[in-house]
Design a protein around this ligand. Structure first.
Ligand code: MLT
Length: 243
């Protein structure tokens, strides 16, 4: 488990990398793909997003993104999962840029398999890992501008805890992996009060300040969507039909 893109090694790659940004990028991506978006293409840079999306038919694209949690001026939508209704996103390619989530994805996009996870699709991610059994798995939290975030760590713990429980691998096999133990402990402590934890988190506080109270509740739900976002080509995520 790595807590931020900056703390993630750049000189090696795992068999499977999982980017996590519970508040809110990977929650929004899972929701968009679940509700019929044909793909989500991620950019850390707004100019590159504009250049790439220009080449796409206007009626088949949505420009989405936030800076500081607020919608980018001139874009079709911000980074709220509630923007991703089936009416809006079905058949569309979403070109998205967010402050941290897209940077985490870019950092690991050279891995053989790249997934995104949030609390809402934790179970689908764990099922994939149990079936495919990749040799090495990295869970990469997006954090906030290089800093640690509670919500991404608790999601990493939720994935790790479920993976160990379902596979029967004893936690002692992870002796020496301090990040895994700490993330699982955080999840076990807060698993029944995840909404409260998200409200206490620094980015949760930032979002509450912006008035997006319902987003926090939505992002705090566990295992509500059966959707697995997987990278099809660098920076392009689609809904996997893997079961
Ligand atoms: C990010 O990428 O930093 C977040 O998704 C920001 C947000 O909550 O919109």
């Amino acid at each position: 488990i790595y807590h931020t893109p900056e703390l993630t090694p750049a000189d090696k790659m795992p068999a499977c990398a999982i980017a996590v940004d519970v508040l809110r990028a990977t929650t929004t991506m899972a929701t968009a793909l679940n509700n019929g978006a044909e793909a989500v293409q991620v950019f850390s840079d707004l100019d590159k997003l504009m250049a790439s999306s220009e080449k796409w038919p206007a009626d088949k694209r949505i420009r989405a993104g936030e800076r500081g949690g607020s919608k980018v001026d001139g874009f079709d939508m911000g980074n709220s999962p509630f923007d991703c209704t089936p009416e809006k996103v079905t058949g569309k390619r979403i070109f998205i840029s967010t402050t941290n989530g897209t940077r985490a994805l870019e950092r690991v996009q050279a891995a053989a398999t790249v997934l995104t996870a949030a609390l809402i699709n934790r179970k689908s991610v764990v099922q994939f890992l149990l079936n495919k059994q990749p040799e090495t798995i990295w869970i990469v939290g997006s954090g906030w501008e290089g800093g640690y975030s509670l919500e991404d760590t608790v999601c990493a713990g939720a994935i790790a805890q479920s993976l160990l429980a379902e596979s029967g691998i004893p936690a002692s096999d992870f002796a020496g992996n301090d990040e895994v133990f700490a993330a699982i402990a955080l999840y076990l402590h807060w698993q029944d009060r995840l909404h409260e934890l998200l409200e206490r988190a620094s980015h949760g506080q930032r979002l509450l300040g912006l008035g997006v109270i319902e987003d926090l509740k939505y992002c705090a739900q566990t295992d509500t969507l059966d959707v697995l976002p997987v990278q099809r080509e660098p920076g392009v995520l689609v809904k996997s039909d893997f079961k």
